[in-house]
Structures are given as structure tokens and as C-alpha cells.
Ligand binder design. Structure first.
Ligand code: ADP
Ligand code: MG
Length: 485
């Protein structure tokens, strides 16, 4: 197979494997450039895409590529730097672009890309004017950690930030409190503002208060110009508009005016539009026009990545065992996870950087006692959070149930009682958590895989006939669930 055809075939397969928005955002515009020394060189649209492909999708792409090409190959992504001649009006001469000439990319797209590239990566200051977009520059795509729980939302948000008004309009992001909705809204805003677009972020309360004030001060037409004159409007926590009729009426017209001009609207909410009681039907149907994406609670791996990222940002390196310990708890939100980390890092500084597993465990246990589940969560969500049991939950609860120390359970001691209890705990670790065998082995003091599986099977078999054992396991299981909130 010719290398060029192999790349096209790989793209075809990836299109089937990946979510559509992921494919469209990162791979659609890629181009085969050359094949040499078992390395494919692929051109991608900008530096951000290159980073993304290398960091997040490289393995998937290479795996597909090797199976299509039937050879072990490497892939190199490049951003083709082409000579750019700036024209007097700040746009770029696009005559160099072969695609533009052959009618592929429009000259507009090319100049847009050049502009975007230059402003993001050369740090060109945004155009000076008095406009205040109400953004917090701390929230960016670069510091947003992506995992299965938020991947779709992140990809959609990124796609919107690259092509505002053209891909998903409106983009509607929903999920429980503290999972990153505002972060993504702001990241879209920051990316677009950097490129000189007129961006405005407002919570629905700010929108409502502005309206009330405008009505009182007889300045409603200024209010309308303000909200309807932007390129990108980001409205946060839209659920607060429910039941507020004149606010919804006004927002409905704002929305229509922006959409008619092809401007981008992005909305965040704690639930899907269908679940907001008191939301105007007309607004609800507008929200359904675009794309709705949900953010879920992060998995263990994502929690770990977030912890490492955030502690690094704060200038601390967390030892792996400690990061693992913190991440193995379940949290109602990333905000709680961050709060816990802040507390632990503060303690670390206080203690002159000496942070032990025991201290971390104690802080976590204390923190846990008062870590309330947000009231706003519907009942079933509380249950969902409760049901996510971690290995640490199993260990802690087992120790407490039998009044043993964690060390007793993790030790290699083989007294009859302790090893029996240990086996019950291993059985429940497998049954009640999402953990893999190696993870379970690690959590139980570095025991090997086959010992774990063997112990599990023994308990499972004995339970068939041993009623006492079954009852005991049920009690322990209940205890683990009660303890894990
Ligand atoms: P929401 O608006 O959904 O209630 P936020 O966007 O305010 O949540 O997020 C809460 C905190 O968690 C913020 O400090 C945010 O930066 C952080 N956060 C959320 N998701 C991520 C993520 N994927 N990567 C890094 N930080 C995150
Ligand atoms: Mg928010």
C-alpha cells in the first residue's frame, strides 16, 4: 500500500473509532506530507492540535496506522511554517498557501488560521479597547485535564473556540456542580478573546440583574446593544433563569439576534434543558438545536492527573503514594478534590515538607467527615456518588469493622483471623470497586496478581455453601457503603 493511501485508510478507521467531534476537531484537516525511515510526517493545523495529538491520541493513531500499513511505524506531526507576509490591514497574505490556490481552504480560513496561530503562539496582545469580557484568564484549555468524564465536553468546547458560530450553536454544557463547566466556558472565552473576538461571559443572574437595572434606569436599548453586539456570548448557570419570565423573554430575543448573525452562544447548566422546571418551552427548544454535552464525575485516573497537575502548578511535587491515596477517595466534585489538595499542601508547607502517608490519611479522614454532598444534587445523584467505592474505602471500612489497623490488613502476617479478613476484603474490593487486579494487589500492600485472584475465587466458592461467611460479607459490604459518602 502506498503510504499516502495508508494514511487515508487510517483516517477512515479513526473516523469510525473516535467520537465525531474528536475526529472533526483534531484530525479532519490533517494532511499526509511524507514517509521516510519508517516515519509518517503529517501536517496538522496548529501547535495546539499537534500537542493534543501527541499527548492524547498518539497511541490510538499509531496502533491503527501500524495495523493498516502492516509495519511498525512512527508518526511525526508538524505544523507547517510557511512564510507569512503581513498586509497593511493586519491580515496575512495567503498566496503562499497551495490549498488556497487549489480552492481547498478558502483564503478566509487560511488568514484566520494564520491569525489564530500567531496570536496564540506568538502572544500577540489582544486589540486594545475598553471592552471587558468578564473573563478570568486562569481558566484555559491548557490547564484543563481531560479524561473520559469530560472528554466530549472538552472536545466540543475546543471545536467551538476554533470555529465560533460554525460548529455547535448553541453549545450546551451540563453536569453537577464543581465539575468544570465554568472552566470550559471561560476557556472558550479566553481563546476567542485572544484572537480579537468580542467575547462576553455572564452568569444568568448577572444577565437578570442587568436587565432589572436597565428597566429601572430606562436604558433597555443599551442593555440590548451590549448583549447583542458580541461575537461570543457565554451564559453560565442558566438554570437560575427558570421561572423568571421577563428574563427568559429577554434572553430568548438575545439568543435569536445572535444566532441570526451567526454569533456563538455557549450555555452551562447543572442539568439538561429537559430537566429544568419552569424553563420557557421556546428557550428549551432553542437549547436543543445545538449540541448538549454532559460532564460526569472524574475517574480515579483523571483525579490523579488533576492532582498532579494542580500540585505542580502550585510548585509542589506529590510523592506517588500520596497522590494515589488522595485520588483513591471519591469526591462530589473537582472543587472538593482541589480543596482537599490545598489543605494537604498547606499542611506539607507547615510541616517543612514532611508529609507522611499517615498524616495524609488523617487529613483525608477528617476532611471526609465534613465533606458535604451539595444540597442541590437530586437524590439519585447522591446515591450515584455514594456507590462509587474506592479501594481505600474497602480497606478503611474493613479495618474499622474488625477493629484492626490498616497495617494489620496490609501486612504479610498469616494468623488465621487476619488472613481470613484480608480475603473477605479482597473479595469485596473486586466486587465493589472498579479497580483492576494489579491495582487491588498494589492497594493490598503489593501482593501479586495471582494470589489476589486465587483468594477471590476461594471466597466466592466457599460462599456458596457457607452461610455464616455469606452473612459476614453482607455485613461488611453494608458497612463499606455506609462509610463511603
Ligand atoms: P462548575 O462550573 O461545573 O461548577 P468549575 O468550572 O467552577 O465547576 O470547576 C471547579 C474547579 O475545578 C475549578 O477550580 C476548575 O478549575 C477545576 N476543574 C474542573 N475541571 C477541571 C479539569 N478537568 N482540569 C483541571 N481543573 C478542573
Ligand atoms: Mg460554574
Amino acid at each position: 500500500m502506498k503510504p499516502e493511501d495508508a494514511w487515508l485508510a487510517t483516517l477512515g478507521q479513526l473516523q469510525l473509532q473516535l467520537h465525531r467531534s474528536t475526529y472533526d476537531t483534531w484530525l479532519r484537516d490533517s494532511k499526509f506530507l511524507s514517509y521516510e525511515d519508517k516515519t509518517f510526517t503529517i501536517r496538522v493545523r496548529n501547535g495546539y492540535t499537534k500537542d493534543w495529538l501527541e499527548q492524547k491520541l498518539y497511541r490510538a493513531i499509531r496502533h491503527t496506522m501500524c495495523s493498516v500499513f502492516r509495519e511498525q511505524v512512527e508518526i511525526k506531526f508538524v505544523v507547517q511554517t510557511r512564510p507569512q507576509r503581513e498586509l497593511g490591514d493586519g491580515s496575512f497574505d495567503t498566496a503562499y498557501d497551495p490549498d488556497a490556490q487549489s480552492g481547498g481552504w478558502s483564503a478566509y480560513r487560511a488568514s484566520e488560521e494564520a491569525r489564530q496561530y500567531s496570536s496564540i503562539y506568538v502572544n500577540e496582545p489582544p486589540p486594545a479597547n475598553d471592552w471587558n469580557p468578564q473573563l478570568n484568564s486562569a481558566y484555559t484549555f491548557e490547564n484543563f485535564v481531560v479524561g473520559p468524564s469530560n472528554q466530549m465536553a472538552q472536545a466540543a468546547a475546543y471545536a467551538v473556540s476554533v470555529n465560533p458560530g460554525q460548529v455547535y450553536n448553541p453549545l450546551y454544557i451540563y453536569g453537577n456542580s464543581g465539575l468544570g463547566k465554568t472552566h470550559l466556558l471561560q476557556a472558550i472565552g479566553n481563546a476567542c478573546f485572544q484572537r480579537g473576538l468580542k467575547v462576553l461571559y455572564a452568569t444568568s443572574e448577572q444577565f437578570m440583574n442587568g436587565l432589572v437595572e436597565a428597566i429601572r434606569g430606562k436604558t433597555t436599548s443599551d442593555f440590548r446593544d451590549y448583549y447583542r453586539g458580541v461575537d461570543v456570548l457565554l451564559i453560565d448557570d442558566v438554570q437560575f433563569m427558570a421561572g423568571k419570565d421577563s428574563t427568559q423573554e429577554e434572553f430568548f430575543h438575545t439568543f435569536n439576534a445572535l444566532r441570526e448573525q451567526g454569533k456563538q452562544v455557549v450555555i452551562a447548566s447543572d442539568r439538561r434543558p429537559q430537566a429544568i422546571k419552569g424553563l420557557d418551552d421556546r428557550l428549551r427548544s432553542r437549547f436543543e438545536w445545538g449540541l448538549q454535552v454532559e460532564i460526569l464525575t472524574p475517574s480515579y485516573e483523571t483525579r490523579l492527573a488533576i492532582l498532579n497537575d494542580k500540585s505542580e502548578m502550585k510548585g509542589h511535587a506529590l510523592p506517588h503514594e500520596i497522590a494515589h491515596l488522595i485520588a483513591s477517595y471519591t469526591y462530589a466534585s473537582i472543587r472538593d478534590l482541589e480543596g482537599t489538595l490545598t489543605q494537604i499542601l498547606a499542611y506539607k508547607t507547615l510541616m517543612g515538607n514532611h508529609l507522611t502517608i499517615e498524616t495524609t490519611e488523617r487529613i483525608l479522614a477528617e476532611k471526609r467527615g465534613d465533606m458535604a454532598i451539595p444540597n442541590a444534587l437530586p437524590r439519585h445523584d447522591v446515591m450515584a456518588i455514594k456507590r462509587q467505592i474506592s479501594l481505600n474505602d474497602v480497606l478503611q471500612a474493613t479495618a474499622r469493622f474488625y477493629q484492626l489497623s490498616l497495617d494489620d490488613i496490609l501486612s504479610k502476617r498469616r494468623t488465621k483471623d487476619v488472613s481470613y479478613i484480608r480475603q473477605l476484603a479482597i473479595y469485596l474490593a473486586r466486587e465493589e470497586t472498579q479497580a483492576s487486579w494489579p491495582e487491588i494487589g498494589d492497594a493490598f500492600g503489593g501482593r501479586n496478581h495471582s494470589t489476589m485472584v486465587h483468594g477471590y475465587k476461594k471466597v466466592a466458592e466457599e460462599m456458596e455453601t457457607n452461610l455464616d461467611m455469606r452473612r459476614e460479607i453482607e455485613d461488611l459490604r453494608k458497612h463499606i457503603h455506609q462509610a463511603a459518602v
